[in-house]
Ligand binder design. Structure first.
Ligand code: WT7
Length: 652
């Protein structure tokens, strides 16, 4: 599929005309309440980051240079010595903040723990000493494959403390995926658990790990946390229980002063080829980027109870459950399990129980809640909430408004935050005390960030015209490379336009300069020479109150090149009929224009999704175009594909 973007204006795609001003009370108290901050950052962006690096972070030794930009390689705060775990823990405890709760933790079965900053520091030191005892040294990679329990951030911070880069593998990934990441990173130690809980079942992490380790050779030792307590195999000489090696360690473990550019972690993400890319993040710039964006975008105050409902196995969890919030001495909630276990109100009961003030989640989750209905939220007191966040995909205005109304009680700003594993930190987002919100728009680049929308030649496109979203200036939390593959780093991100970062996303700006994300450029359809983003058609479909979720792909068409094929999940009380299909086609034509009218609508009870909740349009394209299915290993539930496949065949 071609991924060029034709310069056509697609009008009124995200039709929601209302603008939401920051509530006056919110603005008055906001951490950032003057737009001067943008001007200041633009006047001298290096000076901007320099000042913040000094005020926000603790340094063992000062840096000599703010930025060394040798495209496409950036070095930030060179010459400085820093430790990320010291910044997240020691400095708060040393200044009397040890008793503050770092994490309210809630397990899926209902068990709970409160972990203070002092607790966390103590456990991190012990875990770091355990790693040292197992021979882990500065620079050695440590793989982590754990459920959402407090020991997961403990393990990450222990690695950071001794300068051993971690690579966290999401607990929903398979043994194969884990093996691939271990092999690529050549991890020396694996930290895992017997299992974790998900929807009332046990995820057999240790069993998967054992299988993965059959196909790897770098791992010498495995630390196993007891979480579920079910029987697991322990390989003598290789496997050690966490409770046998961590608790008895000394509490003395000074944080290692590390170079600003010391590798903090590797995180694997899928690209356009089958092999995941190991995205490299380093220490000082990353920590500055995530802590500052966290503080300003989520307007973090000492009394907040903040909940990012992502999994720590994704970059969202790394940056906005672990590093950003801890650097800011924030109290967070961590929840282990599924949002609808034991019932669809689990999230809302957690918000009520801990008096959560800030919630950060993904549009796909919001749409799931929409499908289950607002009555579950309405049964709980959500009045503690004051700010809502969204991340992961463009948020369709209907979901934005539902979130705003039913969860935020029409009083909480919604910050739609655009970023990527590669950017490390949020790049485009409102600042809730100053930005006028338009539902569906991620609004403006963060201060100091220079984003643009360009055409094939790299020229900025005028308002209303779709193009490629690029970043024209380095930023402190940017990726430093793809582990072990410098060519792919250059090729993927820096070769399309010289010295400009290519995000892989399409976007457009409106007359007021607001950014509207249009989805990945490889998910853009070309119908009769017109570019239409799958997300735009989906947004129009879910705008119909009977539709719960939709996925749109381009199907090969003799006449138009591609024709729009929409897979639609209806709300539970709605009957799928041919009439309804026709109405929805017309509805899309009305919302976007006749060009966007789906040629075909198929009602389906489910959609193929990755374990992180992203719809795999690629597979839908394969099904619709009757091609052999590509890689299905990241699917959360493989049976969904067969279901859709047989239904498609039945009525082709
Ligand atoms: C891709 C990055 C960043 C954390 C989660 C995903 C899409 C992300 C938004 C948003 C529109 C978004 C982009 C991006 N994306 N946030 N607010 N609006 N699109 O991280 O797995 O690296 O995915 O997610 O397409 O390129 P990731």
């Amino acid at each position: 599929m071609s991924d060029s973007i034709h310069d056509i204006a697609i009008e009124s795609l995200m039709k929601e005309e209302r603008i939401f001003d920051p509530p006056e009370e919110f603005r008055k108290r906001a951490n950032i309440n003057s737009p001067d901050i943008y001007k200041k950052a633009e006047e001298n962006f290096e000076a901007f980051w320099d000042e913040l690096a000094k005020s926000e972070l603790h340094w063992f030794e000062p840096y000599q240079k703010v930025l060394d930009w040798n495209p496409p390689y950036a070095r930030w705060f060179d010459g400085g010595k820093i430790n990320v775990s010291y910044n997240c823990l020691d400095r708060h405890v040393l200044s009397g903040g040890g008793d503050k709760i770092a994490y309210y933790w809630e397990g899926e079965p209902g068990d709970t723990r409160e972990v203070t900053y002092a607790d966390l520091l103590r456990d991190v030191k012990k875990c770091a000493n355990a790693l040292k005892q197992l021979g882990v040294q500065k620079g050695d990679r440590v793989a982590i494959y754990m459920p959402m329990v407090p020991e997961l951030p403990v393990a990450m911070l222990a690695c950071a403390r001794i300068g051993a880069p971690h690579t966290v593998v999401f607990g929903g990934f398979s043994a194969d995926a884990l093996a691939g990441r271990i092999n690529d990173s050549q991890a020396k130690v694996l930290i895992t658990a017997d299992g974790g809980y998900r929807k009332g079942n046990i995820v057999p992490l240790k069993k998967n790990a054992d299988e993965a380790l059959k196909n790897t050779s770098s791992v010498e030792k495995v630390i196993v946390l007891k979480r579920t307590g079910h029987d697991v195999d322990m390989t003598p000489g290789r496997d050690i229980w966490w409770h046998d090696i961590v608790p008895n360690q000394s509490e003395d473990c000074p944080a290692e002063p590390l170079d600003s550019e010391h590798m903090l972690y590797l995180l694997y993400t899928s690209g356009t080829t089958a092999k995941p890319k190991g995205i490299v993040h380093t220490s000082a710039g990353y920590l500055l980027g995530v802590s500052l964006t966290h503080k300003w975008i989520f307007d973090i105050k000492p009394e907040d109870v903040y909940w990012c409902a992502a999994d720590i196995g994704w970059v969202t969890g790394h940056s906005y459950i672990v590093y950003g919030p801890l650097a800011n001495h924030t109290t967070s909630v961590i929840y282990e399990g599924a949002p609808d276990y034991p019932g669809p109100d689990r999230w809302w009961s957690i918000i009520e129980k801990y008096k959560v003030t800030i919630l950060y989640t993904a549009p796909t989750a919001i749409r799931a809640h929409m499908k289950w209905g607002p009555q579950h939220a309405q049964a709980h007191d959500l009045s503690s909430l004051r700010l809502l966040g969204s991340v992961g995909e463009p948020i369709n205005p209907e979901a934005w408004l539902w979130y705003y109304k039913y969860i935020g009680g029409e009083r909480c700003p919604v910050v739609d935050t655009w970023w990527q594993t590669e950017t490390g930190m949020i790049m485009i987002s409102p600042l809730p005390g100053i930005t006028r919100l338009k539902p569906g728009s991620a609004t403006f680049p963060f201060p100091g960030v220079q984003a643009d929308v360009v055409d094939e030649q790299g020229n900025s496109v005028p308002p209303g015209v779709g193009g490629y979203l690029v970043l024209k200036r380095p930023w402190p939390a940017m990726l430093r490379g793809i582990y072990g593959d410098p060519d792919r780093y250059v090729q993927t991100y820096w070769s399309r336009f010289p010295d400009v970062y290519f995000s892989g996303d399409g976007a457009k700006r409106d007359e007021e300069g607001y950014f509207w994300l249009l989805g990945r450029v490889d998910d853009v359809m070309n119908v009769s020479g017109h570019r239409i983003s799958t997300i735009e058609v989906e947004s129009a479909l879910v705008d119909d109150p009977r539709v719960a979720e939709a996925a749109v792909i381009g199907q090969h068409d003799e006449v138009t090149g591609e024709a729009i094929f929409a897979f639609v999940i209806l709300k539970s009380d709605v009957e799928p009929t041919p009439e309804l299909g026709e109405e929805l086609r017309q509805h899309v034509a009305r919302k976007i224009g006749p060009i966007a009218r789906p040629k075909r609508i198929m009602f389906t009870p489910d959609l193929p999704k990755t374990r992180s909740g992203k719809i795999m349009r690629r597979l839908l394209r394969d099904i619709a175009n009757d091609r052999q299915l590509g890689d299905t290993t990241t699917l959360a539930d493989a049976s969904v594909v067969e279901l859709i496949q047989s239904a498609t065949k039945a009525n082709v």
